[in-house]
Design a protein around this ligand. Structure first.
Ligand code: BEZ
Length: 212
């Protein structure tokens, strides 16, 4: 297992899932992807996470992001647990959960952190761009459920960078001003960002969010 870092090509794999066999690259097509692991089926925090993820699917779809969950449980277990998620979280799980009982994918993506737990996956998140490079890696412990608003926020930031050459400042939320990339000089920035550029310092230029 090689460490995966930002900018690396996400390793491809084929694995069984709650929706049948999935090849990562075929599943992603030319869209973005979010691959996220959770420790185990039939556990409380994971149940709330997967239910929340299902409710957020429309937001991921709007951003052209395919969702793919994973734990080291098998297909039959996922199938039974999904019934519980649907019942208790008042939703319908509408994306595949990889059945990684042979730990093939979790090993490939370094999702088992032995000093935290030697057999279960931690809460890893990989955001994969259309060119299959890894744009974001986040790791949460088993005891902390992820914030899906934050996952959408970072996807919005990544897509602004990819499509509009801007970066996002601390605590940025959709609609706030954004930062002109340091690779663009201020004269060029004023031509590109027609809504205006404020030069606070030569290295700190703000502009209204260009895609609104
Ligand atoms: C949970 O999902 O609630 C959980 C899973 C593993 C360890 C601790 C909590």
């Amino acid at each position: 297992m090689a460490t995966i870092r930002l900018g690396d090509v996400a390793p491809d794999f084929t694995a069984d899932s709650s929706m049948g066999m999935i090849n990562l690259y075929d599943y992603l097509g030319d869209g973005w992807g979010i691959l996220f692991s959770h420790p185990a089926d039939f556990t409380p925090v994971c149940t709330t996470e997967l239910g929340t993820a299902a409710k957020f699917k429309g937001e991921f779809d709007k951003r052209n992001v395919k969702m793919l969950a994973l734990s080291v449980d098998g297909v039959a277990s996922h199938g039974e647990w999904i019934k519980d998620i649907n019942e208790t979280q008042h939703t319908t799980v509408n994306f595949p959960i990889i059945a990684d009982d042979d730990k093939k994918v979790s090993t490939l993506y370094d999702m088992i952190h032995p000093n935290a737990n030697d057999s279960l996956t931690v809460r890893s998140v990989y955001i994969i761009a259309p060119d299959k490079t890894v744009k974001l890696i986040i790791t949460y412990p088993a005891s902390t459920g992820r914030n899906f608003h934050e996952l959408l926020r970072v996807i919005d930031s990544l897509q602004l960078t990819a499509y509009h050459k801007v970066a996002t400042p601390a605590n940025w939320e959709n609609g706030d001003r954004v930062v002109v990339s340091p690779s663009i000089n201020t004269d060029d920035a004023k031509k590109i960002f027609t809504k205006g550029v404020e030069e606070i310092k030569p290295y700190l230029r703000m502009t209204p969010q260009p895609n609104l």
